[in-house]
Ligand binder design. Structure first.
Ligand code: DGL
Length: 252
């Protein structure tokens, strides 16, 4: 069984890609929405939530845990790997594919404050910033919009436009979605950015990595799963917003 968590519904953008590659597995998804957003919370707080959620997911029978949250990956994954026996798969901001494919030589990264301060992001950025200009911006208000199910409309457009402005003004032709909530706003982001800008969601790469690790560890299920998809949704707050996104983007 695959355990997967995020501060809220964002990690469902990762689950969506995982299910495409591993449709027969059983999943338990935990939305920590009573404590969402994680973006401005301290690393200590996020680490503690990571422990609590890991215990719940392991208690449900998870063999492997996907930290489907860039902010929690930055704050907690190395601690969790030290403290628990099972494997953890984390998020990776897709700076590399963006940097290698950019034609304008400018890439934009949208993420939370916690992710942009994380050592993993800073190290990755350091590898590419001699070759491309990297412009960062916090997707202010994006997480709240997704949690409220406001994935399009005038308010969403105005919020997205505000955060995209500095990236587009700088000439970015690649925009990295460094927070798992943001892919649910991808349509609006792409519409505002225009056809010359590629918006990059790292979730498919994370799903491929999980498939490789599970194949290597012999964790792939041979028999089929019923019902399809076999996902249990849990939340620290009200589970209904995660359920709605799940039904719209995964089960529907
Ligand atoms: N979806 C999360 C991420 O990938 C967390 C966003 C938040 O709670 O601020 O960073």
């Amino acid at each position: 069984m695959i355990g997967i968590f995020d501060s809220g519904s964002g990690g469902l953008s990762v689950l969506r890609e995982i299910i495409k590659l591993l449709p027969r597995e059983r999943y338990v998804y935990y939305a920590d929405n009573a404590f969402c957003p994680y973006g401005e919370k301290s690393p200590e707080f996020i680490r503690e939530r990571g422990r609590v959620i890991t215990d719940i997911l392991l208690g449900k029978g998870a063999d492997i845990i996907v930290v489907a949250c860039n902010t929690a990956t930055a704050a907690a994954i190395s601690t969790l790997r030290k403290e628990y026996q099972n494997k953890f798969i984390g998020m990776e901001p897709a700076v590399k594919p963006a940097a290698l494919s950019s034609e304008s030589g400018v890439i934009g990264v949208l993420a939370t404050a916690g992710t942009l301060k994380g050592s993993k992001y800073l190290t990755t950025k350091g590898l590419y910033e001699d070759n491309v200009k990297i412009v960062e911006h916090i997707g202010k208000g994006f997480v709240e919009l997704v949690e409220a199910g406001l994935l399009d409309g005038p308010e969403t457009e105005a919020t997205v436009r505000r955060s995209l402005r500095p990236l587009l003004k700088a000439g970015a032709d690649r925009i990295v979605l460094g927070c798992t909530h943001y892919p649910f706003l991808k349509e609006v982001i792409s519409r505002i950015s225009g056809p010359d800008v590629q918006v990059i969601d790292p979730a498919p790469a994370v799903a491929r990595h999980l498939l490789d690790v599970m194949t290597e560890d012999g964790l792939i299920r041979e028999d089929g799963s019923e019902p399809f998809p076999d996902v249990e949704l849990l939340a620290s707050g009200d589970v209904s917003s995660a359920r709605k996104i799940f039904e719209t983007f995964i089960a529907g």
